[in-house]
Design a protein around this ligand. Structure first.
Ligand code: NDP
Length: 240
């Protein structure tokens, strides 16, 4: 039977590549997004993958969204918590709004979405939960105290979910990408980007498909013995 995969923030960047990769691997894929209707419409037109709009930081919206996706496309077998934002600034200048927004969208979202699918996965005895964290959650990053805290939080969350659900056929894993060429990185000034690339042993930014193919593996039946792990995909920039 065709498995259903739900990818948050799947209309652009890494999420869009993940959605495409899972689609090519035979999943019924649904993506979510937050506000950029044009990008979502373009993505659906190009791929035929349906896109649903809700804020992953909103618990009720996640609950309702998952219910509606499940009734239309089948119960969610694979959840990829990919949606994320940055609101960078040095801690001594950071406002509480930027802290709250980043924690809510990047960390609370994982609770909201995982909570909405976990009981169904437990009942069916199968599930794959994949979080898209970041190298900066592993090593910290100047100007990203909020983002690094949220992305590090995903590691502890995922290991706990992995332990609680291992006997139910559910795996939970983290992918920690390094710098990947997407809109998020397009916001980084050229000079800073040059310095960053200088710190990457492979000597280039990562490509979205390099993350997507790792997700396809972690989602597969073949990865049933991989759980609670963090896969670093960063060109050697931070070796864990
Ligand atoms: P993009 O900014 O290109 O895309 C972000 C996606 O998330 C969009 O689809 C956006 O929807 C969606 N989104 C944002 N906020 C919300 C929300 N509140 N509710 C629902 N959807 C939301 O991001 P990337 O592809 O660069 O990053 C994807 C993930 O990978 C993020 O978690 C990021 O932190 C992580 N990452 C990225 C790296 C990189 O180098 N790019 C490196 C390491 C980690 P909309 O279009 O409507 O705004």
């Amino acid at each position: 039977m065709t498995k259903t995969a739900l990818v948050t923030g799947g209309t652009r960047g890494i999420g869009a590549a993940i959605a495409r990769g899972l689609g090519e691997a035979g999943y019924q894929v649904v993506v979510t997004y937050n506000g950029n209707d044009e990008a979502a419409a373009d993505f659906t037109r190009e791929t035929g993958i349906p896109a649903r709009k809700w804020d992953v930081g909103d618990y009720g919206a996640c609950e309702a969204g998952v219910e509606s996706v499940s009734s239309e496309y089948g119960a969610v077998d694979v959840l990829v918590n990919n949606a994320g934002i940055t609101r960078d600034g040095m801690l001594h200048k950071m406002g509480i709004e930027d802290w709250d927004a980043v924690i809510r969208t990047n960390l609370t979202s994982a609770f909201n979405m995982t909570r909405a699918v976990i009981n169904g996965m437990r009942e069916r005895g199968f599930g794959r939960i994949i979080q898209i964290s970041s190298i900066n959650g592993q090593k910290g990053q100047m100007g990203q105290a909020n983002y690094a805290a949220a992305k590090a939080g995903l590691l502890g969350f995922t290991k706990s979910v992995a332990q609680e659900n291992a006997r139910k056929g559910i795996t939970a894993n983290v992918i920690a990408p390094g710098y990947i060429g997407t809109d998020m990185v397009a916001g980084v000034p050229d000079k800073v980007l040059e310095q960053i690339i200088g710190q990457i042993p492979v000597g280039r930014l990562g490509e979205v498909d390099e993350i997507a193919q790792a997700v396809v593996y972690l989602a597969s039946d073949a990865a049933g013995f991989v759980t609670g792990s963090t896969l670093s995909i960063n060109g050697g920039q931070y070796m864990t």
